[in-house]
Design a protein around this ligand. Sequence first.
Ligand SMILES: *Cc1c(COP(=O)(O)O)cnc(C)c1O
Length: 407
Amino acid sequence: MTQADHKLSTHLIHHPYKPPTDFEGPQPAVHKASTVYFENVQAMRERRWLDKSSYTYGLHGTPTTYALEERLASLEGGLQCLLVPSGLAAIATVSLALLRTGDEVLVPDNAYGPNKTLTEGELAHFGIRHQYYDPMSVEDLAAKITPATKLVWLEAPGSVTMEFPNLVEQVRLCRARGVTMVLDNTWGAGLAFRPFDLLGDGSLGVDVTAHALTKYPSGGGDVLMGSIITRNQPLHMRIKLAHMRLGLGVSGNDAEAVLRSLPSIGLRYHAQDRSARQLAQWLATQSAVAQVLHPAMPDAPGHACWKQLCAQGQGQDGVAAGLFSVVIDERFDQAAVDRFCDNLRLFKLGYSWGGPVSLVVPYELPEMRSRATPHIKAGTVVRFAIGLEDTADLQADLAQALLKAFG
Ligand SMILES: *Cc1c(COP(=O)(O)O)cnc(C)c1O
């Protein structure tokens, strides 16, 4: 049959024109697919989805997702990368892949909240036990590791309260005890420190990173995605098999959005860091603020550990994300703190961070922690994520809201 024999609908679907394949521009192409064609039955039978040598099905990768995976692995200093639909999906996939009934997982008490919720929910339902350890005590972590411990979660700094742990000693301990460790690397984002090479000499690193690409790699506040990065092929394969069986994938358009933002991640990260530090230092001078929780501030919990990791070979000032919290003095009640948040104009009330818009969230700390937090002053914790607005405008916004709420 020739083309002329086909009806229009068939012709439009099986159109013979193929553009030349050697197109190149600044951005990788957006490939979208569930179905991927095979040349013949033999090629279909020989399909290989375990590596990036070919294509088999949309869930197992397209040129767009392969390109993003390789760039993210480079960003964090890893060798293999898996993409998942959110940062939380990255956390869940790692725990589900590496834990089974009877195992125990150790989670820092200041971990990203939904990691703890998953641990107390699905993981507990599957007979996987957990303990929360003190992120600021390597001795406490050491005491909690038992033969049943099959995974240790690490986070630097911790969520909301921003304590920077002694990551080097935590990793050394897990390595010595032969326990697999996974770092939630969303804050560091591959820019503040090298998770797979903490000492800069190739001798010490985590086994796995989970990263909420939703934050800095997306940079837009408009994409949800996560990555799981490793440097060890057998470990990667264990997680990849679970990833495949769970049916996880990301859309080509979302992958393209992250690819488009990646070239500016360093510029954005450092700009938001500068702005956040200026605002954190200014807030420390305000009478309503009892404490500023930013790891680069000299009196912040874990400051020395932050400095050891994030200021080595990165200049005097070191590197941090544009994220910090303050404790509003206990003489002000919750209603006053709510009034402060409600009166902010440029800062929007909302979760997440790493986008262009500055965000604020009040937290109820006692509900979030299973251990006492003596290093956090009494009062209400408010977290700020600094966007890309002008710093002076953000400071003026904070000043007017402080005045309205606290006088
Ligand atoms: C936001 C965040 C996540 C989860 O990312 P989502 O894409 O929102 O699911 C995980 N860990 C940390 C530290 C985060 O800040």
